[in-house]
Design a protein around this ligand. Structure first.
Ligand SMILES: Cc1cc2nc3c(=O)[nH]c(=O)nc-3n(C[C@H](O)[C@H](O)[C@H](O)COP(=O)(O)OP(=O)(O)OC[C@H]3O[C@@H](n4cnc5c(N)ncnc54)[C@H](O)[C@@H]3O)c2cc1C
Length: 397
């Protein structure tokens, strides 16, 4: 059996999209890959089984300083969006839980502080976010409002005579909230009816957090159900740049692009795991890899992965030129997640019975794809954003 052809930077990147990275950027990816393989991978199956988070992976990931990597500083290069994209790809190529964990701080929370804070808040918070002296999460979804959160958001914020605020309501599914220092909490101002955002300390009086149990997807990444009862927040802890849901949408645009990169990366992980398996597993006296029907499935997976990667690379290059469109991020999140679902199902399929055990890796990707398919806007909601843009007709209700 010949050795499989591979991409120069990422084995399953046969079109060489990652070759547009500079040497220093490739070093960042290589360092990340080493930590993921040596210090993160060994913990995954045990914790996925137990539905717990491996605390021992936090520090090695933080030490990489992924938001301002030392290798780039040394080379005098800026942190380009394309590297952030490939960082998310590489994380998800190992595991979607780990990608989602890093992205909670480096993607969701950082984005809301950078785009939603005043220039002073953004500068001050970003330094703390980059070195993890402040750990935060993004709390938008509510028990009764997921897809319709834009109009339906029910958590309330009441301004007090001394300028502080009192928050009441509930949030659901908030990833990483159980360990966070603060929760970027979206609430509707009782006075003007607009959505605002408050950095609420997790331990503030009136906060109650519960782990969501019995998940069948993203079992390592912990999510919380949260209630806020008369929680007091200072005006200084309100992100000054968020004064309506339009401002939230600016954040979601960027977050959806990050998730699309992860959906592409997880396809690479699933494809590579399936490729390994079919080369070593024999049936009818020869490797599964030698059967036409298996090769067709590998080709479909690779096509999905390559199309997804090409899409996110172009999306990110467009955004780096300052062109941000809701529909472009929504399309990428929708398409890559749909392809992720198909790719991981095919990967699971070619591994046969072993494909439903954690031993082959593909079972993890297959199960975890379901959460990615639904978060950051479901398939339908992102399709409706695209549909509105290309028809000029909103069809949400
Ligand atoms: C693992 C996980 C992690 C998450 N992390 C976070 C987080 O950190 N922070 C956060 O704020 N949120 C988070 N979420 C929430 C996530 O964004 C929501 O689950 C998502 O927006 C969908 O909302 P919902 O689950 O309430 O589904 P619903 O809105 O109840 O939707 C159910 C179904 O109905 C469909 N539907 C709804 N409206 C329409 C319509 N108009 N037309 C057609 N179909 C429709 C949906 O597409 C979906 O298929 C997370 C979710 C999960 C599962």
């Amino acid at each position: 059996m010949r050795e499989p052809v591979t991409g120069a930077v990422i084995p399953s990147d046969l079109y060489g999209f990652a070759e547009r990275l500079t040497e220093a950027e490739r070093t960042v990816l290589t360092e990340l890959r080493t930590v993921l393989e040596e210090q993160v991978r060994p913990h995954l199956n045990q914790h996925w089984d137990a539905a717990t988070f491996p605390d021992e992976i936090r520090q090695p990931l933080r030490d990489l300083r992924l938001m301002d990597p030392p290798a780039l500083k040394a080379a005098g290069e800026p942190v380009r969006d394309i590297l952030t994209g490939f960082r998310n790809f590489e994380l998800a190529r190992l595991d979607l839980n780990v990608g989602t964990y890093v992205n909670a701080q480096a993607g969701l929370f950082r984005t809301v502080c950078l785009l939603g804070g005043s220039p002073e808040q953004a500068e001050q918070l970003d330094a703390q976010i980059r070195d993890y002296t402040l750990n935060g999460v993004f709390a938008l979804t509510e028990p009764d409002h997921g897809s319709d959160v834009a109009g339906g958001l029910a958590t309330s914020a009441r301004r007090q005579s001394d300028g502080s605020w009192v928050i009441n309501g509930a949030k659901r599914w908030i990833g990483g909230a159980l360990e966070a220092d603060v929760l970027a909490t979206f609430a509707r101002d009782e006075d003007d009816g607009q959505v605002k955002c408050f950095l609420v300390p997790r331990t503030a009086e009136g906060m109650h957090l519960e782990k969501i149990h019995h998940k069948a997807s993203l079992r390592i990444m912990q999510n919380a159900h949260i209630t806020y009862t008369d929680v007091r927040v200072e005006e200084a802890d309100r992100l000054q740049g968020i004064s309506s849901f339009k401002d939230v949408s600016r954040c979601l645009r960027s977050m959806r692009s990050d998730v699309a990169w992860m959906a592409a990366g997880a396809q690479a992980g699933a494809f590579e795991a399936a490729q390994r398996y079919v080369r070593q597993r024999e049936q009818f006296g020869r490797p599964l890899a030698g059967f036409q029907l298996i090769q067709e499935k590998l080709a479909v997976m690779l096509g999905n992965l390559t199309a997804s990667l090409g899409m996110v690379v172009q999306l990110t290059e467009q955004q780096a030129q300052g062109i941000y469109r809701d529909e472009n991020s929504a399309l990428a999140k929708m398409f890559t997640s749909l392809r992720l679902r198909e790719t991981t199902a095919l990967a699971r399929e070619v591994c046969g019975g072993n494909g439903i055990t954690l031993d082959t890796d593909v079972a993890r990707f297959h199960a975890d794809a379901e959460a990615v398919y639904s978060y950051e806007g479901t398939h339908e909601v992102n399709a409706l954003i695209v549909g509105r843009a290309v028809t000029g007709v909103g069809a949400f209700v």
